[in-house]
Ligand binder design. Structure first.
Ligand SMILES: C[S@@+](CC[C@H](N)C(=O)[O-])C[C@H]1O[C@@H](n2cnc3c(N)ncnc32)[C@H](O)[C@@H]1O
Length: 396
């Protein structure tokens, strides 16, 4: 297939099955994804709260606008642009945003490849589940990088091959059985569903589908997106970093950092940890995915220089910083709440007291040092709150 034909096939898939097929609501969507909240994302990437909030955001390959709608509602001063190859998906995205009152958004029927046609640059570019469906992802990421403002951030999600092995097998099996009906996506879904019904229960592909994907795949749009896709490139750490390096941007870090901890896997063995110290960060990532091949996607932030980072390593800097509570938490105010990743956490009395003082701080502008004088939390406690993404800091 030529690149042009591949893009046309992708467009037809998403016109047939706009994705994601989430229902439309008459109110803002519930909860948050901190990666779409500029304050939380910027703080994660740089250690400090951004100065500006009236930013421009691009949702590149926005599909039916589920992420776009969150980007509008979670960033009340931002203006958002969504682009997509599929006119059918864009129609749903427009209606979704109209119904929930997300009005600071514009949509354009445009390929990532042609993104330079948009006016100006963007402070945050979100590109989730898209680059791996381009016949030339490097050209796509380079086009996006050209629209990222200096000091801006890009959030990307692409597929990982190790945890999608069974999916790849099923995709190939469906294609073989479809023969010259390939490209008829409804027929592909029918063949795939028949296969899952026919295969023995203890079959490896069936087991994986049941344990990991079947809940979301009840909807045909999800099933088609997974098993009947005409264009998909799955990455491993080595090929992922080829893509990242080609972007010319800085790799800031994975946005699901808990997966990328070697201690989680071999932490009980000092000698293995010691040996791993000789590896560079990419080799460590590779080691982690080899040892835990469940990984089915990579999600990460890239940045364009100059990105000023604060590590708060000196006590003086930290004492002079102005703290606020991270808006991405659920169940506040309480000692038991959901953190930005919706994990339940328990706060100590001292942590709760510090966060309550932070809450009043958008007006009072007290420093960490001033707040600590009134409570029992120490500087290490403040560092721990920052690491857990519970507070945002502005340099004093
Ligand atoms: C799996 S969906 C992801 C939608 C959305 N980003 C999300 O995560 O909910 C992939 C989307 O990328 C779009 N897409 C694929 N290739 C594209 C391209 N070259 N330019 C713009 N959009 C593209 C598809 O039309 C589809 O809507």
């Amino acid at each position: 297939m030529t690149n042009h034909d591949a893009s046309a096939a992708v467009e037809r898939l998403y016109n047939t099955y706009p994705f994601p097929p989430e229902p439309l609501l008459d109110e803002p969507p519930p909860g948050y994804n901190w990666r779409w909240n500029w304050l939380a994302a910027y703080s994660f990437c740089t250690g400090q709260k951004p100065i500006q909030q009236d930013i421009r955001i691009l949702d590149a390959g926005c599909g039916t606008g589920v992420g776009t709608e969150y980007l509008v509602h979670l960033n009340p001063e931002a203006s958002v642009v969504g682009i997509d190859l599929s006119a059918g998906a864009l129609d749903v995205a427009k209606e979704r945003c109209r119904r929930s009152g997300a009005d600071r958004v514009q949509f354009h029927h445009l390929s990532l490849y042609d993104v330079e046609q948009l006016e100006g640059e963007f402070d945050l570019i979100n590109c989730v589940g898209v680059l791996h469906h381009l016949p030339d992802p490097i050209r796509g990421i380079q086009a996006l990088a050209g629209k990222l403002a200096p000091g801006g951030l890009m959030h990307i999600f692409v597929y990982a091959e190790l945890g999608r092995w069974e999916i790849q097998l099923m995709q190939k099996a469906i294609a073989l059985l479809q023969g010259d009906k390939r490209g008829d996506y409804q027929d592909g879904v029918k063949v795939g569903r028949m296969l899952f019904e026919s295969l023995p229960e203890n079959n490896r592909i069936v087991k994986r589908e049941k344990e990991r994907w079947s809940w979301e795949n009840q909807r045909d749009a999800n099933f088609a997106d997974m098993y009947v896709h005409p264009q998909e490139i799955d990455y491993n750490i080595e090929t992922l970093f080829e893509l990242i390096d080609a972007s010319g941007l800085e790799f800031i870090g994975f946005s699901n950092p808990s997966y990328w901890q070697l201690e989680r896997l071999v932490g009980k063995n000092e000698e293995l940890l010691e040996r791993a110290k000789g590896l560079n960060s990419r080799e460590i990532y590779r080691l982690i995915e080899l040892l835990d091949p469940e990984v089915s996607h990579y999600e990460f932030f890239l940045g364009r220089t100059p990105l000023v980072k604060a590590d708060w390593s000196t006590d003086e800097e930290l004492l002079g910083a102005i703290p606020e509570r991270n808006p991405c938490m659920d169940g506040w105010p309480s000692k038991s709440l959901f953190n930005c990743d919706y994990q339940i956490i328990s706060l100590s009395e001292d942590e709760l007291e510090f966060l309550q003082a932070c809450d009043a701080n958008s007006e009072q502008q007290r420093t960490v040092g001033q707040i600590l004088m009134d409570g029992k939390l120490g500087l290490e406690g403040v560092r721990s709150l920052l690491k857990q993404q519970l507070i945002l800091l502005t340099p004093g």
